[in-house]
Design a protein around this ligand. Structure first.
Ligand SMILES: Cc1cc2nc3c(=O)[nH]c(=O)nc-3n(C[C@H](O)[C@H](O)[C@H](O)COP(=O)(O)O)c2cc1C
Length: 455
């Protein structure tokens, strides 16, 4: 004989979300903070419930009581309560809102559903959290059985609890109708990592407070800022010729002509490769460091804000340029780092290094007749330069900087009679291998082919 099973009916306990509070006024009025939303017509029983909620968790004995259910509906609708679902003393999961739910909480589970492919489960502090960029709440997992059920791997949870969980997952958008995300073009076309990146690097439901978004300088006091100048590569540098900027100001092609004539060039003339003077001019006009301003000079490691010809968020200038030279008059083939401070090329790796070969190989898919670039400019970032200051959005800003520098390279190449084409992808592993850099410290974020165009 087995013992009769203990009570398995799931219960919901309500707590105010982090930062939320009810200000209780007279005449059945309360104001929900921080949204300053007014609740009126509250009964004395509802005021008592709000008072309980202000001081801690609200255990509801009878959810069918009209006063209670009306108040809960209004609080859930306002997105100010976290719902903790438990069975007896066993906490299973919480729904933690960051905006209002679109509908009221369903009681029945949907007929056909599956975990959304946009849901990501990760550790956040001491919580294990399921997050979905299309949801209005996070699901905080308190019990491993919930995790197994959520992922569809297995479940020993009683059916009544599984039904409650399924109904909540569907309500929150963490579960969707089976196959719907594959059949709908909009959901199918977004990869999970791209939607995540878009949502989390922009202002929105999670970024409204600005407390941990944007230029918060979160690392100040805990970590030293990174110097503006990248550590030098050893080896004999190649000094680059410097253009006469005064003459260029006077005689260069007009801006409108350059903008109107700019086009992508994919066919190059190897019988007349570009010269060291041209590469020097291009890099000098687009990417040199014109100077460095120092702020907070009295601290042990000052903050350095360089200036270059292209704009950069916070004047932090995290981008570095590498030149992979296959053929250029006056420069031996090889991979070089452009030292934007000294206007020099510093050798990084030989041209026949397998990683360097891999780095330039994808460009031949783009160029006419499978040509290899005369020069491939590899754009890299030292993310720590910008991540010291910015939260949540710095990688998105880095990619914007790649666009800014790419257009500067396009226009200057055009003005100089060179040809160039941006590359939408790069072999980040080959870059890491060729430079020996830890990807978190410096990584490949863009590339640009340049050379003498075939006439
Ligand atoms: C960020 C970016 C990435 C690009 N990636 C590639 C690429 O990988 N291969 C290629 O052939 N062209 C690439 N291009 C060039 C575009 O195909 C080109 O700009 C577009 O066809 C318009 O032609 P136009 O530049 O001649 O005006 C890229 C352009 C940009 C701005």
């Amino acid at each position: 004989m087995t013992n009769p099973s203990p009570a398995v009916e799931p219960q919901t306990v309500y707590t105010l979300t982090h930062g939320a509070r009810c200000l209780l006024g007279g005449n059945g009025v309360a104001v929900l903070l921080p949204a300053k939303q007014r609740l009126d017509g509250l009964s004395p029983r509802q005021i008592t419930l709000l008072r309980t909620l202000n001081s801690g968790p609200l255990h509801v004995n009878d959810e069918t009581d009209p006063d209670t259910s009306d108040l809960l509906d209004r609080l859930i609708d306002a997105g100010v309560v976290t719902m903790i679902v438990s069975v007896g003393a066993r906490e299973l999961y919480s729904l933690r809102p960051f905006r209002r739910p679109p509908t009221s909480r369903p009681t029945a589970r949907p007929d056909s559903f599956e975990l959304s492919r946009f849901t990501v489960v990760r550790r956040n502090g001491t919580d294990v959290v399921a997050e979905n960029p299309r949801s209005w709440c996070d699901v905080v997992v308190h019990d491993p059985e919930v995790l197994a059920t959520l992922t569809g791997l297995a479940s020993t949870l009683p059916a009544v609890v599984r039904d409650r969980l399924s109904a909540d997952l569907a309500w929150s958008g963490h579960a969707v109708g089976a196959g719907t995300e594959e059949h709908d073009f909009a959901t199918r076309s977004w990869s999970p990592h791209e939607l995540w990146f878009h949502r989390r690097s922009t202002v929105g439901d999670r970024g409204t407070s600005w407390a941990h978004f944007g230029p918060t300088r979160w690392a100040d006091g805990e970590f030293e800022p990174l110097p503006a100048r990248r550590e030098r590569y050893d080896g004999e540098p190649v000094a680059l010729p410097t253009p006469d900027l005064e003459a260029l100001r006077r005689d260069d092609r007009p801006l409108t002509a350059v903008v109107e004539d700019r086009k992508s060039v994919r066919d190059f003339d190897d019988r007349h490769p570009m010269s060291a003077a041209q590469l020097g001019e291009l890099l000098h006009r687009c990417a040199r460091t014109r100077g460095v301003r120092t702020t907070n000079a009295n601290r042990s490691v000052p903050e350095e804000l360089p200036s270059r010809p292209f704009p950069s968020g916070g004047s932090l200038y995290e981008l570095e340029v590498y030149a992979v030279v296959r053929t250029a008059d006056g420069i031996a083939p090889g991979m070089y780092h452009y030292d934007s401070f000294d206007h020099m090329l510093r050798p990084v790796a030989p041209y026949d290094d397998p990683a360097v070969r891999r780095l330039i190989a994808p460009a031949s898919l783009t160029l006419a007749d499978g040509q290899l670039p005369q020069v491939l400019l590899v754009l890299a970032a030292r993310p720590g330069r910008i991540m010291w200051t910015y939260e949540q959005m710095p990688y998105a800003v880095i990619l914007k900087h790649v666009g800014v520098l790419t257009q500067t390279l396009y226009l200057t190449s055009t003005a100089m009679g060179l040809g160039g084409v941006a590359q939408g992808y790069g072999d980040t592993a080959a870059f890491a291998e060729a430079t020996g850099a830890d990807e978190l410290v410096e990584c490949n974020v863009g590339s640009f082919v340049v050379g003498t165009p075939r006439q």
